[in-house]
Ligand binder design. Structure first.
Ligand code: SAM
Length: 363
């Protein structure tokens, strides 16, 4: 199995798209959970906020009524800071997890005239028709999703093996663990750097022959017997859980699609900012940004044709300070990577009769 093909039920993915704030998936149980999240004072600490705002200040220079898309709204920490800082800014906030909606409605209520929530996957970004001056992707899951044991993202608490960001999607972690072949399971864990991938996959197959694997606790037990103490870095189940989460939510393919759409949605001078947290995400973002900002590499030329310039410029990567990491350990692996669409960039590449940057990038 190619992970890029990820056997994620394509119907359920498609079903979940284009549902702009339409379906009510929030049942009474999740309303209680929302109340708990509200009481916990929005436990998700947003990462690299000041650094992102500084970059946006430059992107919004001279723009009278800036517009941005927050592709990973979560609990709205970044969006809130943007709305507070830029008084003419309008924001569309996207999230595939409908459970954020009531929290957002409350947290951003003061800004309802400048903010719209869109329930969709960010790989469906093309539904936004207005060009943006800033696009933000803060990848992965929020602390609220991890801390809500019932969502099944955490190896620290027993719950059903779920891990869906979008609860209307039919594929869950349990389905993958109980139905995928040995080879597919092994590939999933290997890709995420689990050195004992074959043993984990083997033990999953043995275990499920006796009874279905339904809970996070059962999977942690399998990690216990599969991963020798001396080859553990961090919690023994960490890489297994992360690998599964990535596949359940089709995270890598969705990111690739969204990056392409985001680069097309930017106004000249606009910035696409991505915070990644692990090497699989980082590789995709770095490769894509490098391609868009380096036509010489794209065209396989030793030297650019005279006057030609890339359509995008790469900004320096930003990492959290020690102070931020101490205050928010989750930020430790974060990297903020940005590209800016160059104002008045001449796409001389295509004028010269050579292939366009986008074609060359395989977009
Ligand atoms: C790290 S949290 C964002 C936190 C947010 N920046 C804040 O400051 O509160 C990531 C959020 O993005 C959402 N998400 C992840 N992948 C997504 C995708 N492909 N499409 C839409 N939402 C996604 C998750 O459901 C989660 O709520």
């Amino acid at each position: 199995m190619k992970i890029s093909r990820q056997k994620v039920d394509s119907k359920s993915q498609a079903d979940s798209r284009s549902q702009v704030d339409s379906r009510s998936q929030v049942d009474s149980k999740s309303q209680i959970k929302t109340e708990c999240a509200l009481k916990k004072e929005f436990i998700h600490k947003s990462v690299l906020v000041d650094e992102i705002i500084k970059i946006a200040q430059v992107a919004f220079l001279g723009v009278k009524n800036p517009f941005m898309v927050d592709c990973t709204l979560g609990l709205g920490g970044h969006t809130l800071k943007f709305l507070q800082t830029f008084e003419n800014l309008k924001v569309y906030g996207i999230d595939k997890d409908l459970e954020v909606k009531p929290i957002i409605q409350k947290r951003l209520s003061k800004y309802s005239n400048r903010f719209n929530f869109i329930h969709t996957d960010f790989s469906n970004l093309k539904i936004v028709k207005k060009k943006a001056d800033f696009i933000l992707m803060d990848l992965g899951i929020s602390s609220m999703q991890i801390d809500n044991a019932q969502r099944g993202f955490s190896y620290m608490e027993n719950a059903s093996l779920d891990m869906r960001m979008d609860l209307s999607q039919s594929i869950s972690a349990a389905k993958i663990i109980n139905e995928y072949s040995y080879a597919d399971l092994k590939e999933i864990f290997l890709l995420n750097g689990e050195r004992n991938a074959s043993r984990v996959a083997e033990n999953i197959i043995k275990y499920r022959e006796k009874s279905p694997i339904k809970t996070t606790e059962q999977l942690v037990k399998i990690a216990d017997i599969s991963i020798p103490r001396n080859s553990r870095s961090g919690h023994r189940a960490k890489k297994i859980f992360q690998a599964l989460r990535i596949v359940v939510n089709n995270e890598l393919d969705n990111l690739k699609t969204a990056l392409i759409q985001a680069s097309e949605l930017l106004n000249p001078g606009g910035v696409l900012a991505v915070i990644d947290y692990h090497s699989l995400e980082a590789r995709i973002v770095k490769q894509f940004f490098r391609k868009l900002s380096s036509p010489a590499i794209l065209l396989n030329l030793p030297k650019l044709p005279a006057g030609a310039q890339p359509e995008f410029e790469l900004l320096p990567t930003v990492s959290p300070t020690e102070k931020e990491i101490l205050a928010n350990p989750r930020s430790a692996s974060a990297h903020l990577r940005c590209i800016r669409k160059i104002k008045n960039a001449k796409n001389l590449v295509s004028k010269n009769g050579l292939i366009s940057q986008k074609k060359a990038a395989g977009l």
